[in-house]
Design a protein around this ligand. Sequence first.
Ligand code: NAP
Length: 389
Amino acid sequence: MDALTSSPLGWLCAGVTALFGVTVLYVAKRSPVEKANVLVWRVLPALLGLLCMATLGAGRGLVVFCAACLIFSMYLGSRALLPVGDKAVLITGSDTGIGHALAKYLDNLGFVVFAGVLNKDGPGAEELRRTCSQRLSVLQLDITNVTQIQEAYLEVSEKVQNTGLWGVVNNAGILGFPADGELLPMSMYRQCMEVNFFGAVEVSKIFLPLLRKSQGRLVNMSSLAGGIPLPRLAAYGASKAALSMFSGVMRQELSKWGIKVAAIHPSGFRTGIQGTFDLWVKQEKELMENLPADTRQDYGEDYLLGLKSYFQRMPMSCDADLSPVLTAILHALLAERPHGLYTPGKGAYMLLCIFCYFPLWFYDFFISKMLSSESVPRALGTEAESKNL
Ligand SMILES: NC(=O)c1ccc[n+]([C@@H]2O[C@H](COP(=O)([O-])OP(=O)(O)OC[C@H]3O[C@@H](n4cnc5c(N)ncnc54)[C@H](OP(=O)(O)O)[C@@H]3O)[C@@H](O)[C@H]2O)c1
């Protein structure tokens, strides 16, 4: 067998073994955690062991197999999940999108779900009542309304008296109107902060006594735009960056109580976040009304009225499959060792790495190429034209 390892065939076999190991890790990473565990713990190690022995001989094969198992178990240790049992979780913003899908997903897995909604008589709330189990309760919960948060707290604490509340998912959020930071009205900055930051902070503060009892989980839905600067998202990005920083500090402070805190930074997913055409028109009107005359003149009507097209382009770059976000939240809620930060979705991790590890000028250049828009403010267009003449 040793002769085999010194021959090209032997190296080929070793290569196949290595490839096999990497594939196993990849499968484990991509699959929903519970399913991956069954596959990974029982079938694949046996096959990997056999392959090692066959290609490297008994002695070397055993050493390689043991090393692979060690790396494997360290990796899987971080993916081991606690049982769902009778764990109760509060989710804000369950009317639509990720919050709505998460409420159904967790209900289906057996959690006791408290689905906070902005409108308890709306279609989203109705659908949750109609399609989910009796365990799920729909709560009226506008996170900018402290009375509603306190009422929700009383209702939840009454219902979870014996078992406690295991998790809070601060999911509710708004995008606002994507436009140059200079153009956005102050009301848009305030609105984004009000919902995306102050709302989540207030919910966390009010519900933390319950999480302290259960030594549970606080999960904050931030955004890719909260970790890296993205053009036209000054108001949204700043409010999400504040939420991510809050999350990081709470993670450090709450660890002494046994509470684990995670921030989720998804990239683009197709949900109701971009709002409706009527809302865009309303927000555009507000933006135009608040612009000083010279700013309006410099940017020009074409540029300003073209801002809405961002919403039309948005769904094209967004993923309709929400499962990467749902799996990340499930991991944050149930993993024995959850991560502090999750980056589900296409390009989310790569962009964060480019921002963190490359010079800023390179990141800015990369983003300007990636998100380049044909539209140029009028004053800059005139300058470029006069240079060309
Ligand atoms: N989709 C993405 O690509 C993406 C990417 C990164 C981060 N996120 C974040 O993920 C979270 C969920 O967004 P989504 O994509 O699922 O969008 P969505 O469909 O618009 O969901 C957001 C939910 O929050 C609700 N909401 C808004 N203001 C609220 C308030 N004051 N109190 C309580 N609920 C409120 C909305 O209710 P109404 O529908 O009635 O307004 C909606 O149901 C947000 O925090 C968002 O910033 C999303």
